[in-house]
Write a protein that binds this ligand. Structure first.
Ligand code: SF4
Ligand code: SF4
Length: 348
């Protein structure tokens, strides 16, 4: 939600945006146009990374306004393919795989089956697994310029999860956590179960199984998902987790507040040439490589799909965060760190 009353028209959001990088005066003028509902190039140029919500010193959530204007004006052009893919997400077959009594549930959303060999091993033993279209959070619609889909379906999403009877639900997908931990409150929707982020779950699991952990002594770069821009407060837990498994998060330019989009959002846009998209992706990976990282760590499976092969090609082993933890617990990753690799040419 955009908080207009907090906005001082400082322009920081559009100045700090890595993709638009407007000069200060232009940024102020164009942001005022957004507030006033006047046409501005921002709605077509913004790649929907949500980073400006973190840049805003007033907590006004400028991206939420940009995203609403993208939908109102229809100036944000995305491919038919990306719209079709988004439309399929709530049509996927749904399933609740009952776990052990007294253990929490984990919502895999509609992305739980994207990467083979990730939802397995002791971390998932006994959890009730919830997955499929009924449990899709709709946050992905933000990236095709249709935030109204998120608002229209938020209550249904919460109700479907509540209907499973779970008292605690761990969010595998960062997007789901945004709805349950942040946006539901903004919309006045009550969430009748405990919500746990997967980073918190992994950290606590490692703490509880400290005797089984072998320190990895690895230097890694982290690919922050765009959804984390709404719930950045959990970043400290990630540092704690890395510390517990003997992993050093390298200091690099494109991390934390200055993280780059994995490219998934840009790939949906009609007007972004492939070489521009690849250019941003390689900037990100080379930044990690230059900082001496040995591995690239992903929280979101969409980020992994977009960057894993390029990371590997540059000598950075790709891992989903849960798989990195499994490695520290001595498990064998039969499908590799981030699912089976496929040819670079098939990824955009
Ligand atoms: S959402 Fe990302 S691309 Fe869009 S204006 Fe904000 S920082 Fe720039
Ligand atoms: S939304 Fe925030 S960063 Fe953007 S102009 Fe307003 S106060 Fe400044």
């Amino acid at each position: 939600m955009f908080y207009e009353e907090r906005c001082t028209l400082c322009g920081d959001c559009l100045v700090k945006c890595p993709y638009l990088a407007y000069p200060e005066e232009k940024a102020k003028v164009e942001f005022k146009k957004l507030i006033d509902g006047e046409p501005t190039p921002v709605t077509a140029e913004c790649i929907t990374c949500a980073a400006c919500n973190m840049f805003c010193p007033e907590g006004a959530n400028p991206f939420d306004l940009i995203n609403d204007r993208q939908e109102e004006t229809g100036t944000f052009k995305v491919t038919e393919q990306s719209l079709a893919m988004m439309g399929m997400a709530d049509q996927l077959p749904s399933e609740v795989i009952e776990g052990d009594l007294g253990k929490p549930a984990m919502n895999l959303c509609s992305v739980g089956d994207f990467l083979p060999g990730v939802i397995e091993g002791q971390l998932f033993d006994g959890l009730t697994l919830i997955k499929g279209g009924d449990y899709f959070c709709y946050v992905g619609w933000i990236h095709v310029g249709k935030p109204s889909k998120v608002k229209e379906n938020a209550q249904k999403f919460v109700d479907n999860l509540a209907a499973t009877g779970a008292e605690e639900i761990i969010c595998y997908h960062d997007d789901c956590y945004v709805i349950l931990a942040k946006k539901a409150g903004e919309m006045g929707i009550e969430v009748p179960f405990k919500v746990t982020h997967i980073i918190e779950y992994l950290r606590d699991y490692v703490k509880d199984h400290a005797e089984d952990v072998r320190k990895l002594n690895m230097k890694v770069a982290y690919q922050q998902p765009c959804a984390s821009r709404y719930t950045f407060e959990k970043d400290g837990m990630l540092d704690e987790l890395f510390d517990l498994i003997g992993v050093t998060r390298v200091a690099r330019k494109f991390d934390r507040t200055d993280s780059l989009c994995c490219g998934g959002a840009m790939a949906a846009m009609v007007d972004v040439p492939k070489e521009v998209l690849n250019g941003w992706r390689m900037k990100n990976i080379m930044d990690a490589k230059d900082a001496d990282a040995e591995a690239m760590i992903f929280l979101c499976p969409m980020c992994a799909l977009g960057l894993r092969n390029r990371s590997k090609a540059e000598g950075l082993e790709p891992y989903m965060l849960s798989n990195l933890v499994r490695l520290a617990l001595g498990e064998e990753l039969v499908h590799g760190g981030a699912g089976k690799r496929f040819e670079l040419s098939s990824e955009r």
